[in-house]
Write a protein that binds this ligand. Sequence first.
Ligand code: PAN
Ligand code: ZN
Length: 193
Amino acid sequence: MKQLEIIKPTVEFRLIDYHLTGAPIINQTRKLKDLSKIFKDVKAFYKMDSETLTYTVQAWQPIPEGTPGGLFFGTSTIMPGKVGDEYFMTKGHFHAQSQSAEFYWGVRGKGTLILMDRTRKTWAEEIYPVSLHYIGAHIAHRLANTGIENLIVSACWPSDAGHDYEEIAVNGFSARLLEINGNAVLVESNDHQ
Ligand code: PAN
Ligand code: ZN
């Protein structure tokens, strides 16, 4: 019987600290200074230390960005915190290839996935360890940490999806996630427009 090779994978998702290890891994960091204009309370924003780390993203892109038919894997870590009464959150985006879907799943911590379609209808899903989220075609997505520890969320998306940040940078989402009386509340808001 001819024995064939069983090799070790080149990348691991470490379950002790939820870090991706191996090569090549892309590491992104986003500080408050990279997120100006996304939060509602501009006064509170400018009172905070602009070097405050707000979120990090690790991604494994085994093939070049833009390759049709492939997949990327990533993990986002959003720190706990607020700007005024609005929770720390990601920039949020549509995919450049807008029909591209994505899976998110909760790994650690507590948060909310904020979703908006092209008609600007916004809704949200709770995220917690083991929660699974299908982000369909033409849906903008943003993560917010509503807890007191890091929110860790993994994701899998098509290698040709790309990111369109412009639409959200200009028009925002039509709702904001605010802490009201100690609870996370999704409040309609078209203050960008
Ligand atoms: C995620 C996001 C990640 C960071 O990997 O890119 O959570 O959010 P922003 O890209 O909005 O800053 C994803 O949705 N990829 O498609
Ligand atoms: Zn995405």
